[in-house]
Structure formats: structure tokens, C-alpha cells
Design a protein around this ligand. Structure first.
Ligand code: GDP
Ligand code: GDP
Length: 434
């Protein structure tokens, strides 16, 4: 699992700008108005080829909670979820009461806190940097998020502060998680899967305070259901905030071999269902789409096809995910998930022999040769599998720029069809052969 870095600080200091600067795009909106909604508060980031997750806690909003409650929740979430915290302050305003308040909250954590003094591009206020020593959080690090000054230095410090990776034990158990908005039936389905005749091997305390993974055996195989505690209903104010639950979900996705994406047949697909789907795709995890509460649907011979078409329309990027219709409550078809999970896991780790792979590629190219694109015709020389989790293939070609995306899709489909990559995404990289 990748380490996590959280950004905290009062509104308008530049958290969102820093977040975007670090992840290298401008996905979320920045605006002088505080409280602008951010699309994206969680992302994978890379610095000096080291990967980590970045969380912009400023995007976690409690609705109409008082300001200090909101800041407190954000700081608590950072302290709970992150391995390192970047506390952002604004050089132009000097130390404010809100900064002092946040600093006091952060004293309670034993995680490293790095104090970033933002907006140092403004010469007039540069001298203010030293005032921030008063926050008692060590050396203030000058940065300008909007100009990209000092952020490299900041990231060096962040990476130095990350906990040293303990040797991960080899674990052959199949890790899976349930993802879906509240009330789709995640807990019910987990209970149905873990019903009495399963041997629960052990509940394992997770890395975050409230996460518990449940290890169990079923049909002679060992499984770990990720973050089963997260499925329990809890009373804390921020548990029901969608963006926070997204953070938890993404965490669970990252730790899983197979992700079950739950939909509610009773309500149909709504916007909230679509958000997490993107993360599953982005993290390249095998996915099984589960339409739960199938008992609630009045069915005729077309119902299942209609649902399938709708799902394919909404989740275009998950078209490799099989769809299972079931009822957790009535325990109907729940058991079919085990063979599906096994198959997905197996496909996610499958290795294809180079000679067999090349036969398929050569056949595919002969059957349907590339047409001209971008000033040339793609020639595919040979290829091989270069990785698993997910299966990743390299193709050596005359020039990658001649590849039209629809042709890539064609090749991907041929590979998929020939090697039965059930539920798992696959990746194809093109390399130029001189
Ligand atoms: P957040 O509320 O903490 O996420 O703050 P934002 O990222 O939305 O930034 C608030 C305002 O400060 C925006 O107008 C940004 O353009 C501006 N800002 C952010 N970083 C810098 C910086 O390094 N220098 C200057 N001059 N302005 C910045
Ligand atoms: P979670 O919030 O995703 O963990 O959802 P729960 O498992 O708590 O379920 C939410 C509600 O949906 C509960 O009232 C369940 O009894 C109900 N529910 C769950 N699965 C099914 C199902 O397959 N059919 C029906 N009719 N209700 C279900």
C-alpha cells in the first residue's frame, strides 16, 4: 500500500493549488472565494519515482457545520489517514488565530508535520516566514504553489519523513473489498459471504484506526475482506461525508486484489455511484459489478439486458467487469461471487508465454492490419508480457505515434479474447524499435 500525505490548513492558504501542483494537473478548481467545491481531493502522485497518495483535506466539507468544527474534522482526518501531514499557511497574512488553532490540534499527532509557508512569490511578505516558527512545528518551508517554487524541496522533505517500509509479508490470500454508496447493501453482502459456515481466521487491525480486515476460509481458499469495520454504521460526524467515504474506499481499493462495486437495484444507478468507479479503473484493479437487491425488481425477459446496457453506458471504462445480479438479503446467487473473485484474481496475476502471445498479436495484425494514421502506418514487430497486477504488455513497433486509439482497443480486445482476462484490466505499452 502506498504511503499517504495529507494537506491541511485554513481556507485560502493555497491547499488546493499545492495539491494540483503536486499531482501535476489542474483538476480541482481554485478560486478566491473560500468554500469552492473541489472535484478531486485524493490522488496518486509521484516524486522522484516514488509514489504516494495525496489528500487535500480542504475539500472535505461538512455542509453547514461551524468553521472550527470543519477545520477540526479535516485535521483529525489527516491525523487518522496520513503518514505525513503538510500544514499550509499563508506568508502574506502572517500567523493567524486559525493557524494557531490548527497547530494545537496537530501537536496531538505523533506523525511528522511539515510546515509549508505558501505564497512566498510575493516579495513584500517574504520576511514573514520567520514568524511561523512561533507555531512550534519546526522550520517553516517556503513555497509558492502557484509558481511552483520550493515545492520540490517540500516534497524531498515529505519523502524523507515517510515511514520506512517494513518488509511486507508474502500473503497469498485473496484480498477483496466492497465499494458502494451508503445503503446499497455492503454490510449485508459481507455478512452473507462470511456466513456461519465460513471459518473466520482472524480479524486484523488495519493501518487506520477504524479499519478491520477479516480473514476467512471458504471453499478451500483463503480470503481477506478489506475494511469490514468501515461497513459498520458509526456515529462520528464525518463518517457520512461522501468525500471522506471516498477516501476510505480508495484506500480499500488500493489494498485489494479484486473490487466488488455494488449497485442498488431498488434505486437504480445515481450519480454518486459513478465516482468510485473511476478510482477502480485508475488503480487498475479487477472489478466485479454487483447489482444487489435484485429481489426488489419486477423482472421480465428484458430486465437483465436493460440493466446491463445501462451499466455499460455509465461505466464505459469498466467494460471488462462482469455483472452479477443477486440478493444479499435473500441470499440468492451470493455464492457465485466466490468463483468470480477467484477467476478475477487468477486473471490479474496471469502470465502469458511470449511465443503464444506473439502468435496472437501476429494473427490479429494480419487479420486486420492498421490503416494509416498520423502520417504513417503502424508496424508491430513483436511483443511480450512485462508485468502482472494487472497483466501488462509491451509491443515493439516502428513508431508509437502511428497508433490510433481504436486500433489499440482492437489489439486489447484480441488479447482479452484469446487469454480470457476475466474482470481484470490489462495494459498495453508501445515501444519504438529502432
Ligand atoms: P485553499 O482554500 O487553501 O485550497 O486555497 P486555494 O488553493 O484555493 O488558493 C486560494 C487563493 O490563493 C487562490 O486565489 C490562489 O490562486 C492563491 N494562491 C495559491 N497559491 C499561491 C501562491 O503560491 N502564490 C500566490 N500569490 N497566490 C497563491
Ligand atoms: P450498506 O450501507 O451498503 O452497508 O448497506 P446495508 O447492508 O446496511 O443495507 C442497507 C439496507 O438495504 C438494509 O435495510 C438492508 O436490509 C437492505 N438490503 C441489503 N441487501 C438487500 C437485498 O438484497 N434486498 C433487499 N430487499 N434489501 C436489501
Amino acid at each position: 500500500m502506498l504511503p499517504k500525505v495529507a494537506i491541511v490548513g485554513r481556507p485560502n492558504v493555497g491547499k488546493s493549488t499545492l495539491f494540483n501542483r503536486i499531482i501535476g494537473t489542474r483538476l480541482s478548481i481554485t478560486d478566491d472565494q473560500p468554500g469552492v467545491t473541489r472535484d478531486r481531493i485524493y490522488s496518486k502522485a509521484t516524486w522522484l519515482s516514488k509514489e504516494f497518495f495525496l489528500i487535500d483535506t480542504g475539500g472535505i466539507e461538512l455542509g453547514d457545520a461551524p468553521f472550527l468544527t470543519e477545520i477540526k474534522a479535516q485535521a483529525e482526518i489527516a491525523m487518522e489517514e496520513a503518514d505525513v501531514i503538510i500544514f499550509v499557511v499563508d506568508c502574506r497574512s502572517g500567523v493567524t488565530d486559525d493557524d494557531t488553532y490548527i497547530a494545537k490540534l496537530l501537536y496531538r499527532t505523533n506523525k511528522p508535520v511539515i510546515l509549508a509557508v505558501n505564497k512566498v512569490d510575493d516579495q513584500k511578505f517574504r520576511e514573514n516566514i520567520y514568524d511561523f516558527y512561533a507555531l512550534g512545528l519546526g522550520e517553516p518551508i517556503p513555497v509558492s504553489s502557484s509558481h511552483g517554487i520550493g515545492t520540490g524541496n517540500l516534497l524531498d522533505l515529505v519523502l524523507e519523513s515517510l515511514p520506512k517500509k517494513s518488509e511486507e509479508e508474502k500473503d497469498d490470500a485473496i484480498h477483496f473489498c466492497m465499494i458502494g454508496r451508503p445503503n446499497v447493501g455492503k454490510s449485508s453482502l459481507t455478512n452473507a459471504l462470511l456466513n456461519d459456515n465460513r471459518v473466520i481466521v482472524s480479524p486484523i487491525e488495519g493501518t487506520t484506526r477504524d479499519s478491520i480486515d477479516t480473514r476467512f476460509r471458504a471453499y478451500e481458499k483463503e480470503y481477506v475482506a478489506i475494511d469490514t469495520a468501515g461497513l459498520r454504521k458509526r456515529g462520528k460526524v464525518y463518517e457520512n461525508i461522501e468525500k471522506y467515504s471516498v477516501i476510505r474506499s480508495v484506500d480499500a481499493i488500493g489494498r485489494s486484489d479484486v473490487v466488488l462495486l455494488l449497485l442498488d437495484a431498488g434505486t437504480g444507478i445515481i450519480e454518486q455511484d459513478l465516482h468510485v468507479g473511476q478510482y477502480i479503473e485508475e488503480y487498475n484493479k479487477p472489478c466485479i459489478i454487483v447489482v444487489n437487491k435484485w429481489d426488489l425488481v419486477e423482472k421480465d425477459s428484458k430486465t437483465m439486458q436493460k440493466w446491463t446496457d445501462d451499466i455499460r453506458g455509465y461505466y464505459k471504462y469498466l467494460d471488462h467487469a462482469p455483472i452479477v445480479f443477486l440478493s444479499a438479503k435473500e441470499n440468492k446467487r451470493v455464492q457465485t461471487l466466490f468463483p468470480a473473485i477467484n477467476q478475477a484474481y487468477e486473471a490479474y496475476h496471469r502470465r502469458i508465454q511470449t511465443s503464444v502471445f506473439n502468435d496472437v498479436i501476429i494473427d490479429a495484425v494480419q487479420m486486420f492490419p492498421p490503416s494509416e494514421f498520423n502520417g504513417g502506418k503502424l508496424k508491430v514487430f513483436y511483443g511480450s508480457q512485462v508485468g502482472v497486477e494487472p497483466p501488462t504488455f509491451s509491443l515493439f513497433v516502428n513508431d508509437p505515434k502511428f497508433l490510433h486509439f481504436s486500433y489499440k482497443r482492437y489489439l486489447e480486445n484480441q488479447i482479452r479474447k484469446n487469454f480470457d482476462f476475466f474482470a481484470t484490466p490489462i495494459k498495453i505499452e508501445l515501444r519504438k524499435r529502432d
